[in-house]
Design a protein around this ligand. Structure first.
Ligand SMILES: NC(=O)c1ccc[n+]([C@@H]2O[C@H](COP(=O)([O-])OP(=O)(O)OC[C@H]3O[C@@H](n4cnc5c(N)ncnc54)[C@H](OP(=O)(O)O)[C@@H]3O)[C@@H](O)[C@H]2O)c1
Length: 274
């Protein structure tokens, strides 16, 4: 049986470096996925130039059809999935002139809803000992601390993914009605989208723990640090390979690791947020 790893948004930035690291350390096939085939194949070629052998599959996390196709391909060729790194994400620039309601809708759709949809599509094919890593952000914890105490309590006490969905939808609705700050939300679409990712992680771990057909499934989220990528307009201080270190550590957690599980991790250390 050949093991297989998938990285979303692997054509550039931190995702590209995670693919590079997995090609060096993961015992199995590594899929660099990208929404744009041209950009994805160019990235594969660059890594081949370094003597590495990533494989390519198209994946637009916003497309249910695209997620379905990848899942069917993995089942057909590998019979399952062993590592999933949910790296793909977006952020509007500080000086964006797009209305905040549009920023909120688009950002939540990509960073929260689409990431969750990838999980819904691919979790059923995870094999025992699979590792899942979500790229969250320290911005999620900053945004959480800026929410009202009532909202912080609601977010920290979400028990189901539906609870998280409802709060994310509430943020979007409050933004549309111009009352999000009055209703206690932090004024950051990106921050709230990543709160969604951080909050869903322990809930997903509990769901995976309850799965009686497979064992030792682990999901964690992390902050890669402040990384020099297009997203940060190259202001980040870490190189992409430095930014990939914590995601790679989580993707490569050895079988039957007891910690971290369902946690938020920064610099390879668990950070408690609730
Ligand atoms: N850089 C930082 O300092 C930092 C800090 C904390 C967290 N993060 C998180 O780390 C992750 C990677 O960030 P980065 O800095 O490497 O960003 P980046 O350089 O902007 O790269 C983002 C990647 O995500 C892909 N992507 C976006 N939407 C997608 C979609 N619908 N389907 C598939 N791929 C999609 C992009 O593809 P295209 O090239 O096609 O657009 C690109 O490959 C993100 O989740 C980000 O929020 C970054």
């Amino acid at each position: 049986m050949t093991r297989v790893a998938v990285v979303t948004g692997g054509n550039k930035g931190i995702g590209f470096a995670i693919v590079r690291g997995l090609c060096k350390k993961f015992k199995g096939d590594v899929y660099l996925t990208a929404r744009d085939e041209g950009r994805g194949l160019a990235a594969v070629k660059e890594l081949e130039g370094e003597g590495l052998s990533p494989k390519f599959h198209q994946l637009d996390i916003l497309s249910g059809e695209s997620i379905k196709k990848l899942g069917a391909f993995l089942v057909d060729k590998y019979g399952g999935l062993d590592v999933l790194v949910n790296n793909a994400g977006i952020a509007f620039k500080q000086d964006s002139t797009a209305p905040f309601s549009e920023q909120a809708e688009v950002t939540l759709k990509s960073n929260y809803t689409a990431t969750l949809n990838v999980c819904k599509g691919l979790f059923p094919i995870l094999r025992s000992h699979a590792r899942v890593v979500h790229l969250s952000s320290m911005t999620s914890l900053n945004a959480l601390s800026k929410c009202s105490s009532a909202l912080q309590s609601s977010l920290k006490n979400c028990k189901t993914l539906t609870d998280v969905d409802e709060l994310m939808a509430k943020f979007e609705k409050d933004v549309k009605n111009g009352v999000h700050q009055a209703n206690g939300w932090a004024n950051s679409a990106y921050g709230v989208s990543k709160i969604g990712v951080t909050v869903m992680t322990p809930i997903q771990q509990a769901e995976l723990d309850a799965d009686e057909t497979r064992s030792d499934l682990v999901v964690n989220c992390c902050c890669p640090g402040y990384v020099d990528t297009d997203m940060t307009s190259h202001k980040g201080l870490k190189t992409i390979d430095e930014g990939a270190e914590t995601p790679l550590y989580l993707a490569l957690l050895p079988p039957n690791s007891t910690q971290p599980r369902g946690e938020y991790v920064s610099e390879k250390k668990v950070v408690k947020w609730r």
